[in-house]
Design a protein around this ligand. Structure first.
Ligand code: PLP
Length: 398
């Protein structure tokens, strides 16, 4: 007799992990993977930051017992996250209108937020940018929402179709949940200007939309405070506001799964009710978060010396990515002078929508260079050793 499992179909493959599988199977020693979503250093390795190493040495020395954390996570961590995300002098912190729960990476933060919203705004629809991080849609759909796109990327300019985006925001029904990338848009690398953010914030407030800011790359754009500025401006409108943030990239702590969800309420009293419900979502999913990553990040953020070291190391990652953008544009200008790649310099964060077509990406693969079918390349996977090979191959397939 057939079992409950026998009719289950194969789930679709994750498009990015599929590239990794093909890359791993490639026996060419000169293969290059630009399809990844992680920061590599100039040696092509995921770095272990010195600030993390030092914080972990302190934690080993402490030899603390592994008790459960509170449902909302480590208090010192949640406080440090709030100060990083909203600014230490933020009114929402002083007035106790912001609540923060430690989460299992940025993904976990989005999922807590999605489950929480599904409970209290079940009829609302969710809007994500076209295109967006590929997990956004699946995540909100799995929480029970209908997910729509809003206009975002303009392939003809390699930037944002801002008029289209604003028109879509204005047409959304009141109460709709709008997912926005706070900085370093994944996958396009195209961000809004501050003046454009002003207009977005005004429409969201006027039309009673619910902004959900996803900040997975704070510090990879213009700087820690600069990238967080948009969160502060949203918070200044008084809420409601949800913010997911991740330390996967900014601390190079991918596998430790460190992130947080912060929610801004209109009063301290409302905030305490929200926190009680967020805790319920956490409690029924995984009870409470893991200790190590949260303690590591909190140790760095609360020690002046380690914090300075982190800021310097993060600046190093940010600057190296910018250097690779510059080098890519400069070298492509030499090798393919009839093509204009200047836009790559305007894009920010780890990724670039390079404008390469699916056919061109396929042709690159024949050279053992792997990119996403959409033309997304990870600029942080370029380094001084592989960039000439990549430029030559791109020039060849154009
Ligand atoms: N949001 C965006 C836009 C991302 O690009 C990512 C990771 O790639 C995440 C969220 C998830 O981050 P984490 O790995 O911390 O779950």
């Amino acid at each position: 007799t057939p079992s409950v499992f026998s009719a289950i179909e194969m789930a679709p493959r994750d498009p990015i992990l599929g590239i990794t599988e093909a890359f791993n199977a490639d026996t060419n020693p000169g293969k290059i993977n630009l399809g990844v979503g992680v920061y590599y250093d100039d040696n092509g390795k995921v770095p272990l930051l010195a600030c993390v190493k030092k914080a972990e040495a302190i934690l080993i020395e402490q030899s603390a017992p592994r008790t459960y954390l509170p449902i909302e996570g480590l208090a010192a961590y949640d406080k440090a996250v709030q100060e990083l995300v909203f600014g230490a002098d933020s009114a929402v912190i002083q007035e106790k209108r912001a609540v923060t729960v430690q989460a299992i990476g940025g993904t976990g933060a989005l999922k807590i937020g999605a489950d929480f919203l599904q409970r209290f705004a079940p009829g609302a629809q969710v809007y994500i940018s076209d295109p967006s991080w590929e997990n956004h849609r699946a995540l909100f759909e799995s929480a029970g929402f209908k997910v729509n796109n809003y206009t975002y990327y303009d392939p003809s300019t390699h930037g944002v179709n801002f008029a289209g985006m604003l028109a879509d925001l204005k047409a959304m029904p009141a109460g709709s949940i709008v997912l926005l990338h706070a900085c370093c848009h994944n996958p396009t690398g195209a961000d809004l200007t501050q003046a454009e953010w002003d207009q977005v914030i005004a429409v969201i407030a006027a039309n009673n939309l619910v902004p959900f800011l996803d900040m997975a790359y704070q510090g990879f754009g213009a700087g820690i405070a600069e990238d967080g500025a948009v969160v502060r401006r949203f918070a200044a409108t008084g809420g409601p506001l949800l913010v997911s943030n991740s330390f996967s990239k900014s601390f190079s702590l991918y596998g430790e799964r460190v992130g947080a969800l912060s929610v801004v309420a209109s009063s301290a009293e409302e905030a305490s009710r929200l926190l009680s419900q967020l805790k319920r979502v956490v409690r029924t999913n995984y009870s409470n978060p893991p200790v190590h990553g949260g303690k590591t990040v909190a140790t760095v953020l609360t020690s002046p010396e380690l914090r300075q070291l982190w800021e310097d190391e993060l600046a190093g990652m940010r600057v190296r990515i910018k250097e690779m953008r510059d080098a890519l544009v400069k070298k492509l200008k030499e090798k393919a002078p009839s093509h204009d790649f200047e836009f790559v310099r305007q894009q920010v964060g780890m990724f670039s929508y390079s404008g390469l077509t699916k056919q061109q990406v396929d042709a690159l693969r024949a050279e053992s260079i792997y990119a996403v079918d959409t033309g997304r390349i990870c600029v942080a996977a370029l380094n001084s050793t592989n960039i000439d090979k990549v430029v030559d191959a791109i020039a060849k397939v154009l």
